[in-house]
Write a protein that binds this ligand. Structure first.
Ligand code: HEC
Ligand code: HEC
Length: 315
């Protein structure tokens, strides 16, 4: 007891200073760990945003932009691309005007108006509910975070690995010669590995058409005519009259369609290469394929608007 009693003023002062110092150090340490704790927390939030974004991307964007954002020739440009991260803003005259993440955000939220002479099979629709699209504001933010997250891998790409496809309406910058696929290069079709979120079994045909990326290559509204065959795959706007323009299908259109889906190589439509994935027979049940065929042949077929989980949201 006695030994704890501090007698002289000098010792009191020293003890006081020492304890203040200890307190300052402790507060400092707490603040510092608090900082790292908050940083970790922010990272967690960002991480979760990117994770949500990854699911949204797989369900809504991969059909056209590819599962790894590598793009799909004639369907949609590559996003996981060095060129995209380093040159694209310059192409559209926005270098130093906006950031790439704003550019991505605006494109995703508001879409791109249809262009008469577009090189892409389908247009990029608005995704934000603000512009009549299917995603909430926070979902758009998450999917944008996911796209921006490609940057790290994209910047490591060599010129020949860069999957960027030139936009035909943008003048080719000189450096373009060194980047990826050139405007007139032969392309090898990208095999899509899109998985759908609803379990295999009794998924609706209109869901499958989107979830398995058929919509990335086949337009459901454009008619099939000599002047409008379809760029990435035959147009399906008049597929209920298949027998009239596809002699091979005249006898039994349903059987022809089923075979086209299950073994695309059995019969190759003239003018196309083997871009159509050949693994659909393992990604749908036979009943699902039969219903998909009936749906395609129905001139009054319905296509629903769905959320990221595949649930119908327009009823
Ligand atoms: C139906 C096919 C399709 C789907 C689905 C689609 N896009 Fe696109 N996207 C396009 C096309 C086509 C373009 C090019 C539009 C143009 O002509 O400028 C594009 C452009 C973009 C661009 C700008 C690329 C550039 O270099 O200027 C971004 C970013 C983008 N899409 C992100 C997304 C995201 C994120 C999703 C999912 C929420 C998505 N897209 C879904 C077809 C699609
Ligand atoms: C990557 C592009 C691509 C995707 C994805 C794709 N197709 Fe195709 N599809 C093609 C091409 C190219 C052809 C024409 C060449 C051929 O006959 O294989 C074709 C042909 C067809 C035909 C024959 C059409 C006709 O007019 O004779 C049917 C039916 C068909 N596809 C259905 C589907 C369905 C259903 C899906 C989704 C489950 C799908 N395709 C996904 C590219 C694609």
């Amino acid at each position: 007891m006695r030994s704890l009693y501090v007698r002289s003023f000098g010792s009191k002062l020293i003890w006081g200073l020492v304890s203040s110092f200890v307190i300052v150090v402790c507060v400092g340490l707490t603040a510092q760990t608090e900082d790292t704790r908050m940083e970790v927390q922010t990272k967690n939030w960002e991480g979760r945003g990117i994770e949500n974004g990854a699911v949204l991307f797989a369900n809504n964007c991969a059909t056209c932009h590819g599962q790894q954002g590598q793009g799909l020739q004639g369907v949609a440009p590559a996003l996981n691309s060095r060129y995209f991260f380093t040159r694209r803003l310059g192409d559209v005259g926005q270098d130093g005007v906006m950031t790439l993440s704003n550019y991505v955000y605006l494109t995703v939220a508001a879409g791109r108006p249809s262009k008469d002479n577009s090189q892409w099979a389908n247009r990029m629709v608005p995704w934000s509910s603000q512009f009549g699209g299917p995603l909430r504001g926070d979902q758009v933010v998450d999917v944008v975070a996911y796209v921006m997250n490609f940057e790290e891998t994209a910047l490591q790409q060599t010129a020949s690995e860069d999957p960027f496809q030139p936009f035909l309406d943008v003048s080719k910058p000189p450096e373009f010669q060194n980047i990826g696929i050139s405007a007139d290069a032969e392309w090898t079709p990208v095999q899509l590995a899109v998985t759908s979120v609803l379990p295999m079994g009794d998924r609706d045909p209109d869901y499958l058409f989107g979830a398995l990326a058929c919509s990335g290559c086949h337009d459901l509204n454009e008619p099939q005519a000599p002047s409008s065959m379809g760029e990435s795959g035959p147009n399906f706007g008049t597929i209920h009259e298949l027998g009239t323009y596809r002699p091979e299908a005249a006898a039994d259109p349903a059987a022809y369609l089923k075979e086209s889906i299950m073994s695309p190589d059995a019969f190759r439509v003239e003018g196309y290469d083997d871009a159509m994935p050949d693994d659909f027979a393992s990604r749908m049940t036979e009943e699902e394929i039969d219903r998909l065929v009936q749906w395609l042949l129905d001139p009054n077929r319905v296509t629903h608007t769905r959320d990221a989980g595949g649930n119908i949201i327009d009823e």
